[in-house]
Design a binder for this molecule. Structure first.
Ligand code: HH2
Length: 296
């Protein structure tokens, strides 16, 4: 099995929001967001995930017009940057405009439940879609989340959403799955999902993991702020790789990419020339500003 470990795909996060839990407000200006996206490409991102609405615990929804206003100039500015573009949205109108601007992946944290028009749009436009598990909705999801067996429950949910997507005309090969780390989960739920991620991978579709800077990493390490959670992010990404995850959604692309390439080469027992290039060093970059986290 180890001989088959593919090159990990690193998805860099471009949050065009005032209130994201780790970098809110840093890239709200379109020019800053475009420059940030280009920097992530230089660091080796294969995908840029552009989002205009925070999904942190307690976040208030954003209107369609505002979300479009935030993400469209950034997608336009990043088209031609040499990587795939993903739109992190649960609104079909935002996804449609993003696809027109060059996005080829819809990252929908509601797994096509947020907007009744989303499944038909994805089917018609033939793009890839990431279906993520979330218990409840961002405003309330961290209020005492409960499961029978968290891994069984999340696996069943994702299998059902995959079935529904296919029933609505989306090709099975276009669907990626994500356990939704931090979305209606306690620390123990997150850890159990990561420990038994192979059970989600067994559904037979690419698995995306998003642990980057999330607050369970801060809590486990004794109260680290979001900008101090890179080591925890890398540890969880490498472990997720060993359980078969293939796409890693991160804020700190250069470091995650290097760790994942070395871990994948080690699992395989041989290295492959990387298909993404990284032209930045990881040792001289300044750390991102820290901010109190509200995500578990
Ligand atoms: N996590 C966040 C947002 N989108 N999409 C997927 N597929 N998986 C994730 O784990 C995931 C996601 C939250 O992180 P971030 O975008 O940095 O924060 P915010 O939602 O506050 O903007």
């Amino acid at each position: 099995m180890d001989a088959l470990v593919p090159e990990p795909v690193v998805m860099g996060v471009v949050n065009v929001t005032p209130d994201s839990f780790s970098d809110g407000g840093e890239w709200l200006d379109p020019a800053a967001a475009i420059a940030h996206g280009r920097a992530l490409v230089a660091q080796g991102a294969a995908i840029l995930d552009v989002g205009g609405e925070s999904t942190r615990p307690g976040a208030e929804p954003v209107s369609e017009a505002e979300e479009l206003r935030r993400v469209l100039p950034v997608l336009d500015g990043l088209a031609g940057a040499g990587v795939r573009l993903s739109i992190d949205t649960s609104k079909a109108a935002v996804a449609a405009a993003a696809i027109d601007a060059g996005a080829t992946l819809v990252n929908d944290v509601t797994a096509l439940r947020g907007d009744p028009a989303m499944a038909a749009l994805v089917a018609e436009r033939g793009c890839d879609v990431c279906l993520m598990h979330m218990l409840g909705e961002p405003r309330t999801m961290q209020r005492d989340p409960r499961y029978g067996d968290v891994v069984d429950d999340v696996r069943r949910f994702l299998a059902e959403r995959l079935k529904q997507a296919v029933a609505q005309g989306i090709a099975r090969e276009r669907v990626w799955l994500d356990p939704g780390i931090g979305f209606g989960k306690t620390i123990d739920h997150n850890l159990e999902l990561l420990r038994r991620l192979d059970e989600i991978v067994a559904l037979g579709r690419p698995v995306v993991v998003g642990t980057s800077r999330k607050s369970f990493l801060g809590t486990i390490t004794g109260g680290r702020e979001p900008g101090e959670r890179l080591a925890g992010t890398i540890a969880t990404n490498v472990l997720a790789l060993t359980r078969g995850a293939s796409v890693f959604r991160v804020h700190d692309v250069a470091e995650a990419r290097d760790a994942l390439l070395v871990a994948a080469a080690t699992l395989r027992g041989r290295w492959l020339a990387p298909t993404t290039t990284s032209t930045t060093t990881t040792s001289t970059r300044t750390s991102t500003k820290t901010r109190a986290s509200r995500r578990s």
